[in-house]
Every structure is written in structure tokens, then in C-alpha cells.
Design a protein around this ligand. Structure first.
Ligand SMILES: Nc1ncnc2c1ncn2[C@@H]1O[C@H](COP(=O)(O)OP(=O)(O)OP(=O)(O)O)[C@@H](O)[C@H]1O
Ligand SMILES: [Mg+2]
Length: 446
């Protein structure tokens, strides 16, 4: 973004930066409005803006506002010839660099290039920092604190033989974590056998679970082992346990108490050694209240209960997962898409992901197939770009409130002694006057 009021310099700089996506504005107000909308990584700011084109008040005010709206932006301040004092002052206020007129296009171009480079490095650095420290479970992409806690819990529980139940909305990774529990356990040489209690008709489920003998019912042409028996020495994953009928709940409870099964149509009791992991998206307590789920079974299966947070509650994970999955999808679809554009990033972070990771996976897959650009856009993902003006407004008013509160506290603590209050706040006396005026707090001289 170029903030410059001189038409001649405007066109010179447009030409100088025609390789960039440039926005040119000529006042502080329009600059701030555009900054809100675009968050440009690099800003060239002329300190002499109208109505104070000969002085620096508008420019300096703009600098402060830009940095409070986009603290990471690299602001290059352009000052008058030989105006060392304001150049230095700007750096003190947080400008990235300064440049003194007259403008040499090649030189300014170098400064801008370097600013972009620094901006990118800082962003990258932040990303790495956030991903660090979370040792991943195999196949599980997670960087947020709450998912990190879940992963640590899984690691801790895995080597025990405790029965575990995983609660989570659809697509949150219940099956993935159940299989991680298995892989990290002493049973990893055995099988991980999953059965979805909601997907199999009730009359077939018993035989699916416990197996049947030849001739047990019409169509039972040979002996067939059930999932429980197949999981012997391994892990049995009972998905959607909340959908199990009361009759089968009783049979499952009996198995969990006695660790023996009887195949349908069979007479012998067969000992089976399995570790049971269950999952559900339902509220089992409510089902118990409603008389649809046995309380005694609930206690049997929930020696350890793990709540998997929905994707929207995992700070930044949606983007981390999207970035990580993009590599695999590029390979799968033989494409070479390089990341996400700004709109896509904002949309991914703002969307509430009712279908969680599964939905994210599906949307990404579609986007990689359909995308026509080098980067995936919000449109490719079929997501809406959030309207951010509201968030900024809130952020600004939150800052305003905080400032006011701290100021009042400092004044109260020092019984209104402005020197001591400004010392306490780490600001100068003129600044504390300004703040008091701004917040309409009495005592400041006019
Ligand atoms: N943290 C994660 N990192 C990478 N992939 C994940 C993560 N969580 C889930 N997935 C992937 O998302 C998809 C859905 O996960 P999974 O089947 O384990 O969820 P679920 O909770 O069992 O869903 P449902 O309720 O629909 O059965 C899978 O393809 C899984 O590999
Ligand atoms: Mg599942």
C-alpha cells in the first residue's frame, strides 16, 4: 500500500511497483479503511499528509493506527529531504524503515523487497513456533493446546488395558484416535477390529459381534467368527455405542464382566482377550436418563473418558490440517497448488466446521481438483469470506477499554500524581495528558 498525496510521486511509485499488487491512497482516513480491508504486508507512508502536508502530525498518527491494526505490517516511512529527526522518531514508533526524498525507484524497490522478505520470515517463524512442541501421534495433525492434551492423554492410557470411551462430534477423529490407542498399546501386534453399531441392522448385529455356528439361522451356511473373537489379543472398537439396543447392551455387559462369548447357535463359552474402546457422538448420560442406555454398562466402558474437541475449538488447527493435507492431495491428484490465498485462510479459520475434520478433508479434496489458480481460494473451498470490519471494531473498542481501565488504575494508585502515574505506565507526561483527554478523565491541563 502506498500512502502519498503528491500525484506526481503517486504515479512514479505506481510505475516503480507495477510488479506488486498495489493500492494507492492519499489520506490517513482512506488508508485506515483500506488497511482494515486488505491488511497489506508492506506499507509506504508519506509522513506529510493533508491537512498537515508540510508537517508530520497526520503521518505520525497514521503510523500509530496502522501498527495497532496490523502490528506485523512493515511500514516504510517517507520523509522530506534530510529530515533525520522524524525518520528516527518513526522508527521509535515502530516503523520498519525510513526513506528520505527524493525517491530513487531502484533503491526504494530494494527496501520494499527486503520488507516483504522479513514479513514472510516472521509469518513462517510464527507458524513454526505454534506447531512446535506437539509431538504428533501417527497420522494425527494437531497443534492446538486442547488437542495436544487429548494426544497426551491417549499416549498415557494406551499402554494400560483400561476400557476407553471417546466422545466427539462426527468427523472429529474418533476412529483415528481409537486406532492410535491400539497402535501405542502392547496389543499392537494383534488386530484393531472396528464395528459400527449404528450401521448394522439389529437382527444381524449379534452375530456380527459374537459370530455364529453353522445352521444357527437360515443362511448360516458355515461357522463364522464375530468381531469380538477376531479382535482376540487386539483391540475391539465399538463405534456409535449409543445406538446399541438394550438387548445387545446386556450381552455386551455380560461379555465385559466375564470375558467369554457364546457364538449364536453355539453352546460353548469361548474366552476372548480384547481391549475395548468405544465411541459415540451422543450424550450417554441423557440416554441413561431416558432409559435407553444401561448405567452399569456405561461405567464398564468408561474407565477412561476422552472428550475430543470439535475442530472450531482447536486454535489454528483447521489451517494446520489444511496445509498438511494439501501436500498429500497434490500428490494424489497430480497437482502443484501452492497454499491458500488470504481469503481462503480467513474463511478456513472463521468457518464453524460442523462436519469437523472430515468436512475439511472433503472440501480440500474438492478444492484441489477444481482450483484453477496457483493458490486455493475461499471460492474453491465453497466457503464464505468473513466480514472482518466487525472484528476490528471490537478489537479497537477492547483496546480502548483496556487503556481507559489501566489509566484509571494508575491515577488511583498514585492519588492523581501525574508524574508518578506516567512513570507507572511507562509513558511520558504529554502522553498521559493526551490519554486523559482522549478518555475524558479530569485533571489534565488544556
Ligand atoms: N487430527 C487429525 N489429523 C489428520 N486427519 C484427521 C484428524 N482427525 C480426523 N482426521 C481424518 O478425518 C476423517 C474423519 O476422522 P474419523 O473417521 O476418525 O472421525 P470420526 O469421529 O470417527 O467421524 P464419524 O463420527 O463421522 O465416524 C478421517 O479421514 C481421518 O483420517
Ligand atoms: Mg467414525
Amino acid at each position: 500500500m502506498i500512502i502519498e498525496d503528491d500525484p506526481g510521486l503517486q504515479s512514479q511509485m505506481r510505475w516503480c511497483f507495477d510488479a506488486y499488487d498495489v493500492t494507492v491512497v492519499d489520506t490517513r482516513e482512506t488508508a485506515i479503511a483500506e488497511i482494515r480491508r486488505r491488511e497489506p504486508p508492506v506499507v509506504i507512508l508519506d509522513l506529510g499528509l493533508p491537512p498537515d502536508a508540510e508537517g508530520t502530525t497526520e503521518g505520525v498518527a497514521a503510523l500509530g493506527e496502522i501498527l495497532s491494526l496490523t502490528p506485523n505490517a512493515k511500514v516504510i516511512v517517507v520523509t522530506g529531504n534530510d529530515d533525520k529527526q522524524n525518520s528516527v522518531k518513526s522508527i521509535g514508533l515502530g516503523a520498519y524503515d525510513f526513506y528520505q526524498k527524493p525517491i530513487d525507484p531502484d533503491l526504494l524497490n530494494l527496501v520494499v523487497q527486503r520488507a516483504f522478505r522479513i514479513y514472510e520470515l516472521e509469518e513462517e517463524n510464527k507458524r513454526l513456533y505454534h506447531n512446535d512442541g506437539s509431538k504428533m501421534l501417527e497420522g494425527i495433525i494437531a497443534g492446538s493446546d486442547n488437542m495436544d492434551r487429548v494426544c497426551r492423554l491417549i499416549e498415557k492410557v494406551a499402554p494400560t488395558d483400561a476400557t476407553a470411551i471417546l466422545f466427539g462430534e462426527s468427523g472429529t477423529g474418533k476412529e483415528l484416535l481409537a486406532s492410535a490407542l491400539h497402535t501405542l498399546s502392547d496389543r499392537s501386534d494383534g488386530r484393531f477390529v472396528a464395528i459400527n453399531c449404528a450401521a448394522i441392522p439389529e437382527n444381524l448385529l449379534e452375530s456380527e459381534l459374537f459370530g455364529h455356528e453353522k445352521g444357527a439361522f437360515t443362511g448360516a451356511v458355515k461357522r463364522t467368527l464375530g468381531k469380538v473373537e477376531l479382535a482376540d489379543r487386539g483391540t475391539l472398537f465399538l463405534d456409535e455405542i449409543g445406538d446399541l439396543s438394550l438387548g445387545l447392551q446386556a450381552k455386551l455387559l455380560r461379555f465385559l464382566q466375564q470375558r467369554v462369548i457364546e457364538r449364536v447357535g453355539g453352546r460353548e463359552e469361548i474366552a476372548v482377550d480384547v481391549r475395548v474402546v468405544c465411541a459415540t457422538h451422543q450424550d450417554l448420560k441423557a440416554l441413561i436418563e431416558a432409559g435407553q442406555f444401561r448405567e452399569d454398562l456405561y461405567y464398564r466402558i468408561s474407565e477412561v473418558a476422552v472428550r475430543i474437541p470439535p475442530l472450531r475449538e482447536r486454535d489454528g488447527d483447521a489451517l494446520l490440517i489444511a496445509r498438511t493435507m494439501l501436500d498429500g492431495l497434490n500428490r494424489k491428484h497430480k497437482r502443484s497448488i501452492r497454499g491458500f490465498n488470504n481469503d481462503a485462510i480467513k474463511a478456513i479459520l472463521a468457518y464453524h466446521w460442523p462436519g469437523n475434520v472430515r468436512e475439511l478433508e472433503n472440501k480440500l479434496n474438492g478444492a484441489v481438483i477444481l482450483s484453477e489458480g496457483k493458490q486455493i481460494s475461499a471460492h474453491d473451498l465453497d466457503l464464505e469470506v468473513p466480514d472482518e470490519s466487525m472484528t476490528y471494531l471490537n478489537l479497537r473498542s477492547a483496546r480502548h477499554e483496556a487503556e481507559r481501565r489501566v489509566l484509571r488504575q494508575a491515577l488511583a494508585q498514585t492519588s492523581g500524581n501525574l508524574s508518578r502515574a506516567s512513570e507507572l505506565l511507562g509513558i511520558t507526561r504529554p502522553t498521559i495528558y493526551d490519554l486523559m483527554k482522549k478518555h475524558n478523565i479530569g485533571g489534565a491541563p488544556d
